[in-house]
Design a protein around this ligand. Structure first.
Ligand code: CTP
Length: 471
């Protein structure tokens, strides 16, 4: 591994700090990630004085602009392809019901003690003569070796100071495959209600990192075990459990959802496809019904589920943009390929799927393949084989008919100009019958055939061409 303190900027920071009678350190994620062999380009520098002054002096020497965040007493600059953040070493505690800290200047050890986890409190000295020396009073290195998430100080204080750290503990455990120390875990259980004071945006930041991890299920299981899930994601919590009537049970939809999420994670890094996996069965509790003959059913859960997607995004303060629409669409369509593959795979059904899914058809197929979580291997194989047929058919038909980004070959404007019509229902009807004929395979997706069909529909409707009427 290359030396993480290679850049001459590190020595420069140490010199400036020493000249001001301070001691500067690199701390946090950059140090941790070096030992974990993870790439990192964000560097946190802490100094036993003013972080803003240190950054300003460095900015002058490097001729680089410095951004100063007065309220937080921090400063940031970009140099050498890295992002540097500066802060003064702090001793701080938060008042009970807000995140506003009461800050006092402190030593490096005070600063390390107030950080979230021992593995995030590792520091390298930047001042000569001990440049590059590791400062680790809370045995973060031991915890890295043992793969443990542990708070440097009393966990009740650490979590009460910033309750988001409870979700961060789960996030790091998920990302790194670490265990949360039992004492730390119990403190999360005790303090979980405090999560209520944290903004949804910060929680979603951590949730996204859990979802983006190699096995996101670990995180959701931990959120459940700590009792945080019910507080931050009640819709998922409701998926838990199995009801049995007359000896018949349905599958546990929480367990199933997490399996689907992990399956998608193996196949795709797309965060939003993973969100779609997480939410694909979200309306099952609301649509659950039991019939003595047919057993359990969840009719319409894909439609209701797609309606819940914007509500959940809104509640979590996530943007209601095209990503949300993608998730909503996938939830809405997630049963379609399976229904299609159960029957004979007809061209028109495949055309309709292509029309509705558009460019997201590959993502939809990935979700559907991930959705096969039956324990019976032969069943899984049969479904996956059927999906292969669907995929092949999708390719074949797309090549032939180009339905994916369907643009009607005859536009409303053309119909209006040919028949001298204002915008009216007749125009809509002609367009929709042409579209249906293409999807059914009655005509090809091309201008001449669509034009001929338009003429026969118009004749049937008694419409006269402008050119004919003028004769
Ligand atoms: N930190 C903390 N409490 C928080 C957030 C951050 O004590 N609620 C401290 C930790 O020492 C952390 C550092 O601030 O290492 C930087 O935080 P952040 O950039 O959020 O996380 P990283 O540890 O850098 O991890 P990642 O880059 O994966 O988010």
């Amino acid at each position: 591994m290359s030396n993480p303190l290679d850049s001459p900027i590190f020595r420069m920071i140490g010199e400036i700090a020493a000249a001001h009678g301070q001691h500067a350190y690199v701390i946090g994620g950059y140090v941790r990630d070096y030992y974990l062999r993870r790439p990192s380009t964000d560097i946190d520098v802490v100094t036993t004085g003013s972080g803003v002054e240190l950054a300003s002096e460095l900015g002058r020497r490097l001729r680089t602009r410095v951004s100063i965040f007065k309220t937080f007493g921090t400063a940031m600059l970009r140099a050498g392809g890295l992002e540097w953040e500066f802060v003064g070493a702090r001793k701080e505690s938060y008042s009970r019901d807000s995140r506003k800290p009461v800050v006092e200047q402190g030593t490096i050890e005070d600063d390390q003690l107030r950080r979230d986890f021992t593995i995030n409190a590792l520091a390298w000295s930047l001042n000569a003569p001990d440049f590059g020396e590791l400062v680790d009073p809370f045995d973060g290195m031991g915890d890295l070796d043992r793969c443990i998430i542990r708070t440097p100080g009393d966990p009740d204080i650490t979590f009460s100071d910033d309750p988001l750290r409870m979700v961060r503990a789960v996030r790091f455990a998920t990302q790194l495959g670490f265990d949360i120390l039992p004492e730390t875990f119990e403190a999360i259980e005790r303090n979980r209600e405090r999560i209520e004071i944290v903004s949804p945006e910060r929680i979603v930041g951590e949730l996204n990192k859990i979802i983006a991890a190699p096995r996101p299920s670990i995180g959701f299981e931990l959120l459940d075990l700590t009792g945080l899930l019910k507080l931050i994601f009640p819709e998922l919590d409701r998926l838990k459990g199995v009801e049995v009537i007359a000896g018949k049970g349905h599958k546990d939809n929480f367990v199933h959802t997490l399996k689907v999420l992990d399956n998608v994670a193996v196949r795709s890094d797309d965060l939003w496809l993973r969100w779609a996996a997480l939410l694909h069965d979200i309306a099952k509790p609301d649509t659950k019904a039991f019939d003595a003959r047919a057993g359990w059913s969840f009719h319409g859960h894909e439609t209701l589920g797609s309606k819940l997607v914007p509500e959940i995004f809104r509640r979590l303060h996530m943007p209601l943009n095209e990503k949300m629409k993608f998730v909503r669409k996938l939830v809405f369509l997630h049963l379609r390929p399976i229904i299609l593959s159960e029957d004979e795979v007809t061209d028109s059904a495949v055309r309709r799927l292509l029309f509705e899914a558009g460019d997201d058809v590959d993502a939809l197929m990935t979700l559907c393949e991930a959705d096969i979580t039956s324990g019976v291997d032969s069943k899984v194989q049969r479904y996956l084989h059927n999906f292969e047929t669907v995929r092949a058919k999708l390719r074949e038909i797309e090549e032939k008919d180009r339905i994916r980004n369907f643009q009607p070959p005859i536009t409303g404007e053309l119909i209006m100009s040919i028949y001298g019509l204002p915008p009216c229902s007749a125009v809509g009807e002609i367009k929709s019958r042409i579209k249906e004929a293409i999807l059914e395979g009655l005509i090809a997706n091309d201008f001449d055939q669509a034009h001929a069909l338009m003429e026969s529909i118009a004749q049937e409707m008694g419409l006269k061409k402008v050119s004919e009427a003028g004769l």
